[in-house]
Design a protein around this ligand. Structure first.
Ligand SMILES: Nc1ncnc2c1ncn2[C@@H]1O[C@H](COP(=O)(O)OP(=O)(O)OP(=O)(O)O)[C@@H](O)[C@H]1O
Ligand SMILES: [Mg+2]
Length: 382
């Protein structure tokens, strides 16, 4: 009997233990399942949030008037916004293709090609379709980004401003010329009245200044206008410079400045005659005007591999280093009063800079205080 009772007790205890074990494992399973559920839910939420954010960003980027093209490190298109697609004729099915297959603008393709491995590159504005855009290429991260900034409204405003200045200058030209003529006639009439003559001389000086200012403003707007074409012709350098020096001989004689031309007879350069004349006249005029009494000006030439260097050096007081970065700005004068007295408008060097840019060349300055200044221009041979 005792043995039976012991067997029943052992059996019941084992059964209880089995049930307890089953209940324990079931609970653990449930807990693990719950834990996985808890872990998974935020992940899903994050993912859907991410998708929403990407969509939102794409929608926002489609509204802006700047173009964006994102490429992978190999140049395959990952993303484009509406403005870029319309400007570069990229079709929706082009996503995933290489930029040279997707972009339908040869200039932009060669620009990307040229600087594919550069970190950053910005190009001057370019006309694409009917828009003026500045193109920026950046690849300082894994992806490469092409930005197209629409400058059309700014350009329109700038053109309006330029047209306004050009129109005003043209309108002023005739009345100022008439005024000058009247004053000169009056001056003749007042030869025997020294006091009146003195005032008239002053008035004529101011009118001359106004005339020069109008002339310079017209030249500047002409150089800035895209409608003004660059006509490259062959120029015999020495005789061209001799003519300019001859036109400025009165000024040189007044200051006792000697102008030397170090250019062989047979040198020919390629440039637009009007633009090259504006450059050389301004540089030689400055070299005489800002020279010391009895000083020297040398105009010379050096034949380089791809360019022609033409230099104008003087023995004047030089330009302080701190002023050099600004001398090509409009109306900038190192010594305002002195330059005004010499009849300068402060527009000469900005004309030089614009003209040389239109000729695809460059201008450099070397100056030493107390010794003199050299302006060097570089003109491309082809
Ligand atoms: N060769 C030079 N030597 C010393 N200073 C110079 C020389 N060339 C230019 N500068 C300085 O740079 C300034 C700007 O020159 P820029 O030719 O633009 O104007 P400007 O000579 O005053 O007037 P404009 O040429 O219109 O008659 C001058 O006012 C002068 O102070
Ligand atoms: Mg000048």
């Amino acid at each position: 009997m005792e043995a039976i009772l012991l067997a029943i007790t052992i059996f019941l205890t084992t059964l209880t233990l089995i049930f307890a074990y089953i209940a324990y494992t079931e609970r653990k399973k449930r807990e693990r399942a719950l834990a996985t559920l808890r872990l998974n839910r935020p992940k899903e939420e994050k993912l859907s949030q991410k998708i929403d954010n990407t969509k939102l960003l794409a929608r926002a980027l489609s509204l802006i008037r700047e173009g964006i093209v994102v490429m992978d490190p190999y140049g395959r298109i990952i993303f484009t916004n509406k403005f870029a697609r319309e400007l570069l004729d990229i079709h929706p099915e082009d996503i995933g293709k290489f930029f040279y297959q997707a972009i339908r603008n040869f200039d932009v393709i060669s620009m990307i090609n040229e600087s594919f491995n550069e970190k950053y590159r910005a190009w001057q504005e370019k006309k694409i379709k009917d828009k003026y855009v500045q193109i920026i290429f950046g690849s300082d991260m894994d992806e490469k980004v092409l930005l197209l900034i629409d400058l059309t409204p700014i350009k329109k405003y700038e053109n309006l401003k330029k047209d306004f200045i050009a129109n005003v200058s043209h309108e002023l030209k005739t009345p100022v010329a008439a005024m000058k003529l009247s004053l000169e006639t009056l001056e003749e009439e007042c030869r025997d009245k020294p006091e009146a003559e003195k005032f008239l001389r002053k008035a004529i000086e101011r009118v001359n200044y106004m005339e020069q200012l109008i002339e310079d403003l017209i030249t500047l707007s002409m150089l800035e206008s895209v409608n003004f074409p660059v006509k490259i012709v062959g120029i015999k350098l020495r005789s061209f410079v001799e003519r300019i020096v001859h036109d400025l001989s009165e000024l040189a004689e007044k200051k006792g400045v000697k102008v030397e031309i170090n250019i062989p007879e047979d040198v020919r350069i390629k440039a637009d005659e009007k633009m090259f004349h504006a450059i050389m006249k301004n540089l030689i005029d400055n070299a005489i005007k800002y020279n010391k009494e009895g000083g020297e000006v040398t105009v010379g030439f050096r034949d380089l591999v791809r360019e022609t260097e033409i230099y104008v050096c003087d023995t004047g007081p030089g330009i302080p280093k701190s002023h050099i970065p600004f001398i090509f700005e409009r109306f900038y004068r190192v010594e305002r009063s002195r330059s005004r007295k010499l009849g300068g408008t402060g527009l000469g060097l900005s004309i030089v800079k614009l003209a040389i840019e239109r000729l695809k060349g460059k201008v450099e300055v070397e100056s030493e205080e107390g010794k003199g200044t050299c302006f060097k221009i570089y003109l491309p041979k082809s």
